[in-house]
Design a protein around this ligand. Sequence first.
Ligand code: ACM
Length: 486
Amino acid sequence: MLPIPNSIQPLEGEFRLEKMTFITCNQDALFEAEKLGKQLGIPVQVSPAVTNSIHLELHSAFENQEAYRLEIHSDGVRIFASGAAGLFYAGITLLQAGSSCAIIEDAPRFAWRGSHLDVVRHFMPLEFLYRFVDLLALHKLNTLHLHLTDDQGWRLEIKQYPRLTEIGAWRQQTRVGHELSENKTFDGQPHGGFYTQTQMRELVAYALERHVRIVPEIEMPGHATAALAAYPEFGNTKKAPEVAPNWGVFESIFSPEETTFAFLEDVLTEVLEIFPSPYIHIGGDECPKKEWQESAVAQSILKQNHLEDEEELQSYVVGRINTFLKSKGRKMIGWDEILEGGLVDGATVMSWRGEEGGIIAAKAGHDVVMTPGTHVYFDHYQTENPDLEPLAIGGCTTLEKVYSYEPIPAELTELEGQHVLGSQAQLWTEYMPNPAHVERMAFPRLCALSEVLWTKPESRDYMDFLKRLEPHLEKLNVNHFKNFKS
Ligand code: ACM
């Protein structure tokens, strides 16, 4: 079982899935029961438990909607949960449990468990997003953070602004080799693609059925080159840059004018209609202020609003968007740069430049998702010996290091620690040209992270994890890094 359940009490005897003739359930559990029934090829009936049935029952005994109790007896299986997610996770555990009888009581340690996926630097086919959702769900991960816009592409249809995808979804070519290498060559191949709103709505529904929430990220005010290639009027220079063919941090950023706010709010209005997620990610990272320093318009907006400097201007922009999202009943989340120039009311922080930003935010009473480069950037190499691995951005994050990650920093009090919602993997795809490569970087590190986020530290053990990992990977049938023990 992976992630390993928090409590397993072994019982005498064996259960045989072939003997389980029915799925029985109470009315409230019917939707989940039918999903499990379809998966196992067993009919479902709303009725009390009977001998040799797998019985699902939804009632209000648990506080946590993702918690469950799974009783595996030789003459029947009994599943109890207070939320559909709990029933779903019990089903996953049941399929992993083999034939051992046991009583399993389980609940996740953290509420935010997931992975980010950058579909900009390399466009990922829609079928892969479905597969990735399945892989997340199998690990009881409940969040897919989709990085949809950046300098190298805009990947979501926006009906009011068709040029975002007509122009912004395509770059002329892509940098070959590492960005920092001497030899600055390009492949000469146009690269791009985008998802229609219908495609995304269908993906969102599919993910929700598997209890995976999709958090969309629309980058602002920086990482905006592709948007500005399509609509230069929302930039500072009013000149269209090219959709970036290489990697890094770019100077073209959104202007802080009212026309830009109208544009961003129009875009977000469409985004909110597609993604029901309570959290909307607005990026906020790596925003060079040169254009704002040089723009008379930006400087006059800075003065009109009595702001000290460009950092405060960034806070002003982020604050306006926060107010807009709040008015629509959503919560804003952004990378830890949103702390610079003052953190806006109610924002959730994703702490990527180490844990410092997350600690400051949690101490100030803000919710935090811990995503430090040191432990959960899966674009890093997986061993100390990069020469034996395909080209990656750098760094070294081994499987063991991921497994050792503790998302609640020791500096936080117990109360402050409750602001740590959880963590997620980061899959930036500059050096991951296709789904197979993404899988190879994600696995098995995502298996380790799933256990960090689900299972309490006292129930986890790395050597035991490694023993369970090999058969788990075999069953998963996923492309994965093989040399993870070195
Ligand atoms: C980031 O890695 N720029 C959030």
